[in-house]
Design a protein around this ligand. Structure first.
Ligand code: NAP
Length: 262
C-alpha cells in the first residue's frame, strides 16, 4: 500500500505554506513543491518538528512542460500516492498587457492554469481511490475581468470555472472539489506582481495567510465548492455579481494604477 499524501504546490511561502502546516496539524502527510529548495527545507523542518508527520519536498518549476512527469516519478520513488491535491502555486503581474513581458504573461497561464489542470487530470484517479479531493487556490479576481492585472484575473476566472464544473462532474464520486477565493492577503504575492496591497483590505483587519488557509481547509473538508474568506471579499464578490461590467472595469483599472504607483 502506498502512503497517501497531500500534494501542496507553492508550499515554500504564504498561503501554501500555511495550508501545508494546517494539513499536517490535521494528520496529513505531505509532498511540498515549489522552486526554492532552501525555503522548502525550512518549511519541512518546521512542520515535521511541530507535527511529527512525514514531509517530502520536491524543488521544481511547475511552468516546465514535464512537471507532472517529474512529480509522478518522485511519488513512485517514495511509494506515495496523492489523496489531497492542493493547487496553490500562482503569481500575478501588474501592468497593462501591452507593457508587460510576453514570457511572463504566458508563464502566468502556464502556472496558474496549465499546471493546475495537468496536475488535476494526472492525479484524479489516485484522488478518487484515496477518497480525497482537489483544493484550487483561486481569488476574488476570478469573478470579474481586471484591467491592469488582466491575465491574472483571467487565469483565476479559469480556475473558478473549472472548479465549479469539476465539482459537478465529481458529485457522485465522493471526492471534494473546492476553490478557495481570497481577497488581498499580505504575502510575497504583491512584491512579485509589482504592487502594494491596499484599498478594501485597509477597511478591516486583513486576514493573514494562516487565517485564509484555515478557513479554506474548513470549507474544503466541509465539502463547499466556493470559499471566499472574510467579510470584505464576500461583499466584493456579491457586488461583482450584480454590478454591470462597464462600471466595474474603470473602477478596477483606477485601483490597479493606484496600487502600482504607491
Ligand atoms: N496574496 C494575495 O493577495 C492572494 C489573493 C488571492 C489569491 N492568491 C493566490 O494564492 C496563491 C498563493 O499565493 P501567495 O499569496 O501565498 O503568494 P507567495 O507567497 O508568493 O506564494 C507563491 C508560491 O508559489 C510558488 N511558485 C511560484 N512560481 C512557481 C513555479 N513556477 N513553480 C512552482 N512554484 C512556484 C512560490 O515558491 P517559489 O517562488 O519558491 O517557486 C510560493 O511558494 C496564488 O495562487 C495566488 O494567486 C493570493
Amino acid at each position: 500500500m502506498s502512503r497517501p499524501i497531500a500534494l501542496v504546490t507553492g508550499a515554500s511561502s504564504g498561503i501554501g505554506e500555511e495550508l501545508a502546516r494546517a494539513l499536517a496539524e490535521q494528520g496529513e502527510d505531505l509532498l511540498l513543491v515549489a522552486r526554492t529548495e532552501s525555503e522548502l527545507v525550512r518549511v519541512r523542518g518546521e512542520i515535521s518538528a511541530a507535527t511529527g508527520r512525514f514531509v517530502a519536498i520536491l524543488p521544481l518549476d511547475l511552468e516546465r512542460a514535464d512537471a507532472v512527469e517529474v512529480i509522478r516519478e518522485a511519488l513512485s520513488r517514495q511509494d506515495l500516492s496523492v489523496c489531497h491535491l492542493i493547487n496553490n502555486a500562482g503569481f500575478g503581474l501588474a501592468g497593462d498587457m501591452a507593457d508587460l513581458p510576453v514570457a511572463g504573461q504566458v508563464g502566468m497561464v502556464d502556472l496558474n492554469c496549465r499546471a493546475l489542470l495537468a496536475l488535476t487530470l494526472a492525479f484524479l484517479p489516485q484522488i478518487r481511490e484515496n477518497g480525497g479531493g482537489v483544493l484550487n487556490v483561486a481569488s476574488v479576481a476570478g469573478f470579474t475581468p481586471g484591467p491592469g492585472l488582466a491575465v491574472y484575473y483571467a487565469s483565476k476566472a479559469f480556475v473558478v470555472s473549472l472548479t465549479r464544473a469539476l465539482a459537478f462532474e465529481e458529485r457522485e464520486s465522493g471526492i471534494r472539489v473546492c476553490a478557495l477565493c481570497p481577497g488581498p492577503v499580505p504575502t510575497k504575492f504583491g512584491t512579485r506582481a509589482g504592487f502594494h496591497l491596499s484599498g478594501a483590505v485597509d477597511l478591516t483587519r486583513p486576514l493573514s495567510a494562516k487565517d485564509v488557509a484555515h478557513i479554506g481547509l474548513a470549507g474544503y473538508f466541509g465539502r463547499r465548492t466556493i470559499v471566499v474568506p472574510g467579510l470584505i471579499p464576500k461583499l466584493m464578490v456579491a457586488i461583482l455579481a450584480v454590478m454591470p461590467t462597464r462600471i466595474v472595469l474603470p473602477v478596477l483599472a483606477r485601483a490597479q494604477r493606484q496600487r502600482r504607483s504607491r
